[in-house]
Each structure stands twice: as C-alpha cells, then as structure tokens.
Write a protein that binds this ligand. Structure first.
Ligand code: ZN
Length: 481
C-alpha cells in the first residue's frame, strides 16, 4: 500500500483525501438442512436448521433453510444427514506424550511418572514439534477446534520449546492455549521428578513470563493464549505456585495445574503441607475464576464448595483417570454446585486414543458408575462439557463453545447417516453414545481445518511418519543410544 502524505505536510496535495476504500463485505458460508445443537444457554436445537458464517463469525443460526437473498455467498453446504455442533474444546493435554504412547501400561500415576520421567527428560525441539503435530492432527480430525497443551518438560539446552511447539501447532490451524508448565521440586527436595528433569524456580518464572510477553494474544478470535502452569503439588515448590499466581494475575493470563488426581497425592499433601490439595491450592493463591485444574478426582464436599465459591474450573479427564486407576471425579456434584467443568484428553501416554470423542463418551459412562448412577450425565450434558464447558474453563466462552450470532465460527459438521450412526434417530445421542463420527467439515473462525474427514492444512501420513521417526529417536536416546 502506498504511503499517504499527511495533509499539510510537504508534498501533500490540496485535493481532498480520497474516501477510504470500502471494506469488502465478508464472504459468507451457508450450512443448511442439518440438525443443529447450538449448546446455547437454553440448549436450543433444530431438527433441520441453518447457520450463516460471515468472515470469522457466526452471522445467524435458526430453523429451516438460510434466509434468501444473502449476498457474497461463496460456499453453500447441504448438511443433510449431519449434525452441526460447536467445535469441541480440549482443556488438558500434554502434546509431547504423543511420542511416548503405549508405555508403562499397567501402572498407577506415581509409578507411571517415575517410569517415564527419564525418557521425557530427553525431549528436544524436533521431537516436540512432531508430537505437537501428531496430537493436534488427531484431535482436530475428531472435531476439536480449541486445544490446551500443558507442557512442563524443559530439559536444559533443549532450545526454545515454546516457539517450536507454537510453530508446529500453527500448521494445523486450531486455537491453542499453551499452558507453560514447570517443575522445580526434584527428588532432593522431596518431589517426584528426578533432579535432572527440573528447572530452577527463578528460571521457570522468567521463561514463563517471556512466553507470555512473546506469544500471548488476548484479542477476539486469537489463535494463541499462554497460561501459567506449574505442574502439580508433588513436582513444584510452594514458592513457584505463589509466584506463578502473582505473575499470571499481573499479566492477566489464566492459571492451570493438576490437582487432587490420586490418593497418593492427597497423602503427599497431608504429609508435606499438613492439609489436602484444595486447601493447599487456596493457601497459595490457586483458587479463582482465572484458574482451571486437571482431574479433581479426590474432592470432598468442602473442596467442591470451594471450587464453586471461587469459580475455579475443572478439566475432567475420565479415560486417563481410568487408565491410571485414579478414580472417578464427582462431575455431577460439581455441576450441581456450579463448578465450571470441561473435558480433557490428558497426555496420550495415559490415554492412547488421543481424541476428544472418547472423553464425551467416557464422561457419560464412567460417571454412571459413580453415586448418581444412570442420572449422572446424559448425552446433552456430555456435549456441553466438551464444548461450552471447555470454552468456559479456558476463559473463551464469550468467543466460542456455542453456536450463537456474533461468536466465532468454530463449527463441526458430523456425518451421522453412515454405518456407525444411521440407526440412531436422535443425532446428539448418535454423536455421544455411538462410535466417533466422521467429520465432513470443521471450521476454525470460518476457515476449514477438516473437509471430508481429511485435514486440510497438513498431510496426515507425513505427520504420522514424522512422529514415528521422532518417537524412535527419543526411544534410542533414552536407552543411551
Ligand atoms: Zn495431565
């Protein structure tokens, strides 16, 4: 664009300035003839409805076909046989674990961590990039449009892992919350990770602040959020928790950690701090509406009331909790108390499926094994956890998580007329109770990231090959080769 001289400045002409060029009308995409589950506050659904996307936002949603006479429609999609939902939101993951799946398969959390820390401590930038692409490709292909990665392994000399991860994530096209994790309590300080796998307290805080300053984008429709995310009570110091909370609040970013995952963690907290995990978190500034915590399995009534009172969110990870024999989180009680709850895959070393549909289904099924039995959750509750609930705990419910005019066009069109679903009449039941449905179209801010069950921005086979290469490299290095 040519620079325009300021009026009155040398060289400025006396002719009136041209009126600025009109902003071209946003290109529209129309999706119609599909079932629509909006997941708005009233749980509005349309058996046959439409959504009009203008640019990156939803312009309208309603029953029947789209309004006639719309201008600048560049794409019109017949959604017959499909269900349209908000994009799924994954609130807890460890992308790097994509290259350490299928190991220590019969362990509880602490034994599993101790078995895997030495391998994880050898991770480098090419490994993390390949694992990020693999993790995201798997999730996005299954309808995820926003994903959180809690990354807490920063081996000395491994370079700028945050930048490597974000570059790899950008190639897929989903929204990311990178929760910059940290560990500073090694074995010599009574913690669980080996001393060579931890950072110094000051180093972790400085690097977290740098990640926020370099990458956090708070604007509407942002693709990258950064959160402050010390790993867990048994791998970080009290000082890192306290200072991390102050840093996050000074910068206006969210806070994330693991909490109340196992009975062993509960015991650890009582022995070291003389109180349970929730009281310990509260004493360090870690309850609040800017905080969400993974797992929250071992919560008593007072813990749940504290989360509800403070607006602290929960990332419910039922498959990982089952894989590591951690227990069943009290999700129906949390929801009844008003605790914001989203779903999380958790790292794929403790949930090899790596996609969120498993969590929609397992949230429903596993909670029915708890005290509330068949009344624990239903299909619509599960879908809400995986969409709006997730957006809430990531602090993005004003932008995404439901299909409403003015929100971002993060939308998934699920094919439900094929073999896996065609005999289930209710589309939300088919989506949640049935097998993982093929994704005909997934949009992130109106941009396609999946079409006809294929990722649009990367070659899935190339992602799989690169991940396998890095997984083998890591295994070789960890074995001392
Ligand atoms: Zn985790």
């Amino acid at each position: 664009m040519a620079a325009q001289a300021a009026p009155g400045a040398p060289g400025a002409s006396d002719t009136p300035l041209d009126t600025p060029p009109a902003v071209p009308p946003a290109e529209r995409t129309v999706i119609e003839n599909c079932a629509v589950a909006t997941v708005d506050a009233q749980d509005t659904e349309h058996a046959a409805g439409h959504v009009v996307v203008a640019g990156q936002v939803i312009e309208s949603v309603g029953a029947g076909p789209a309004p006639k006479g719309l201008e600048n429609v560049v794409r019109r999609i017949d959604g017959s046989g499909h269900l349209l939902t908000p994009g799924l939101v994954n609130t807890h993951h460890h992308f790097y674990q994509w290259i350490t799946r299928g190991l220590a398969t019969d362990h509880n959390l602490f034994d599993w961590l101790v078995a895997l820390y030495p391998t994880w401590a050898r991770i480098d930038a090419p490994m993390l990039a390949a694992a990020t692409q693999g993790s995201l490709a798997m999730m996005v292909k299954g309808g995820v449009t926003t994903a959180c990665d809690h990354h807490y392994i920063f081996p000395r000399g491994s370079g700028d892992l945050v930048a490597a991860e974000l570059a790899a994530a950008a190639s897929i096209g989903a929204r990311i919350t990178l929760a910059r994790g940290s560990m500073d309590r090694g074995v010599k300080d009574g913690g669980l990770p080996p001393d060579f796998a931890v950072e110094t307290t000051e180093g972790a805080l400085k690097a977290t602040e740098e990640a926020i300053d370099s990458h956090h984008d708070a604007s509407f429709g942002s693709l990258v959020h950064i959160a402050v995310a010390p790993c867990s009570p048994f791998s970080v110091s009290t000082e890192l928790l306290r200072e991390g909370a102050l840093l996050a609040r000074r910068k206006g970013v969210r806070m994330h950690t693991h909490g109340s995952e196992t009975v062993e963690e509960e015991k650890f907290c009582h022995e070291l701090f003389g109180m349970g995990p929730t009281d310990y978190f509260e004493s360090t500034g870690w309850l609040g509406e800017d905080v969400w915590m993974a797992h929250c399995v071992h919560m008593n009534d007072a813990d749940i009331a504290a989360f509800a009172r403070t607006g602290t969110g929960v990332a419910h990870c039922p498959s990982s909790n089952a894989r590591l024999a951690a227990g069943i989180a009290r999700v129906p009680d949390m929801l009844r108390a008003g605790v914001p709850v989203g779903l999380g895959v958790d790292g794929t070393a403790s949930n090899e499926s790596g996609e969120l549909h498993t969590e929609l289904r397992n949230a429903l099924l596993i909670n029915r094994l708890g005290a509330h039995r068949e009344a624990a959750l239903d299909a619509r509750r599960a879908l809400r956890l995986g969409t709006y609930g997730g957006a809430q705990v990531l602090g993005r419910a004003r932008e995404t998580g439901s299909i409403e005019a003015g929100k971002l066009a993060d939308l998934v069109l699920w094919k439900l007329d094929g073999l896996g679903h065609s005999t289930i009449a209710d589309p939300v039941t088919a989506l949640v109770f049935g097998p993982a449905a093929p994704v005909t179209l997934s949009l992130v801010g109106g941009e396609p990231v999946v079409e006809d069950n294929h990722l649009t921005n990367v070659d899935e086979e190339a992602v799989a090959r690169a991940a396998r290469t890095q997984a083998r490299r890591l295994a070789r290095i960890a074995a001392g080769g």
